[in-house]
Design a protein around this ligand. Structure first.
Ligand SMILES: NC(=O)c1ccc[n+]([C@@H]2O[C@H](COP(=O)([O-])OP(=O)(O)OC[C@H]3O[C@@H](n4cnc5c(N)ncnc54)[C@H](OP(=O)(O)O)[C@@H]3O)[C@@H](O)[C@H]2O)c1
Length: 339
């Protein structure tokens, strides 16, 4: 994500510098990966065309986050911290950056799905929260990746709509697995057991290196925590509501991803009977997250859907998010696309 961001930054910087009004010049003044960093005392811009070689050649250690915030706050213009890590420590320091007038943009879910206290501290410090500082925080891609999910929810709430329920498939990995294992139209090919679908998805790079990190449901639980909070629910953290893990207890401690994949085969029968039960009702099985705003409940896990339901008809690794609101009535506002 960090590399993709830097390549997008090149074209954004060019475009902004050429606009007729409000010409804006973006400079990259600090770059860090976990092992090393690149920056200079006089904030000399790091060339966007050669950042990779320059970072590789750097011998500078990553400064502690408090020093990084201090350094950035002394830059000659407004500063945005773009956090492309999944590091909770970086997320815990957002309030400090924001209080120093540094804006934060991030796809890192940790800061927004950890304990409610951190969420409160972040938005108490942000200019687009209740803060008086000049740092803004934006985290659109923490849910639905590139899809405009959070901005849509935010607009609905800000313009006075009442969100009743949000439901969807929030994980590209889970989407791919269930669309492949339990398609609405099975065709004539031989159906693959669930463990084989997981192994295939891993081979294609659709899962984390250890598929348990997808199948334990926590990624979806984190996203539902963020949605629930934006919809106005108090959620203590991503473990404070029911999340169905698809990792059998017996395999939680498997020593490697390979051992886990091998062990999964003995649980294929359980998954097949779920599929058969759904088929008896003309339905398919999907892994979904739902936020019931009216009832104050959040849950993540397997559900059965009619084959005609938009969630059942999803393709590939797409995400789908349905907003049931007062304005939209029984026909939800649906956002669907590549996750
Ligand atoms: N991949 C997606 O499609 C996607 C979609 C939505 C959201 N996200 C989120 O985007 C973030 C990045 O995802 P990714 O797939 O790019 O992860 P990744 O491949 O693990 O990359 C994380 C990068 O962060 C660096 N890093 C970790 N801790 C750091 C620290 N304390 N200071 C500086 N750099 C640090 C790592 O450096 P080293 O390489 O030196 O260790 C690595 O380059 C995650 O929060 C993820 O949940 C990803």
């Amino acid at each position: 994500v960090g590399k993709a961001f830097l390549s997008q930054l090149t074209s954004i910087a060019t475009r902004l510098s050429q606009t007729k009004h409000n010409q804006t010049y973006l400079s990259l003044v600090l770059l860090a990966r976990s092992s090393k960093a690149l920056f200079s005392p006089n904030y000399a811009p790091i060339p966007l065309s050669s950042w990779s070689d320059a970072l590789a050649a750097s011998t500078l250690a990553v400064p502690p986050l408090s020093e990084m915030a201090e350094y950035l706050s002394g830059a000659p213009g407004p500063v945005v911290l773009v956090d492309n890590t999944s590091d909770i420590k970086v997320a815990e320091s957002y309030p400090d950056f924001l209080a120093k007038g540094i804006s934060v943009v991030t796809p890192n879910k940790k800061g927004f799905s950890a304990d409610a206290g951190l969420w409160d501290r972040i938005f108490a410090a942000a200019a687009n929260g209740s803060g008086t500082g000049s740092g803004f925080v934006f985290h659109e891609s923490t849910v639905g990746a590139g899809l405009p999910v959070l901005s849509t929810l935010h607009e609905l709430v800000e313009t006075g709509d009442k969100v009743r329920r949000v439901e969807g498939v929030f994980s590209g990995t889970m989407s791919y697995l269930f669309n492949t294992w339990n398609p609405t139209d099975p065709g004539s090919g031989e159906a693959q057991p669930f463990s084989a679908c997981v192994a295939k998805a891993r081979e294609l790079g659709y899962t984390e290196p250890d598929p348990r990190d997808d199948l334990n449901g926590m990624d979806v639980a984190r996203k539902c925590t963020i949605l629930a909070r934006l919809a106005g629910l108090k959620v203590q953290d991503a473990t404070s509501f029911p999340t169905q893990s698809l990792v059998p207890k017996e395999l939680e401690a498997a020593a490697s991803a390979e051992e886990y994949l091998e062990g999964m085969k003995q649980f294929d029968g359980e998954m097949e009977s779920l599929k058969a039960d759904a088929a008896k009702e003309g339905k398919v099985v999907r892994f979904v997250g739902s936020v019931d705003v009216l009832g104050g409940n959040v849950k993540v896990g397997l559900e059965k859907f009619d084959k005609s339901h938009p969630i059942a008809a999803l393709k590939g690794s797409d995400n789908i998010i349905s907003f049931y609101t007062e304005r939209y009535g029984d026909n939800p506002l649906i956002i669907q696309g590549a996750g």
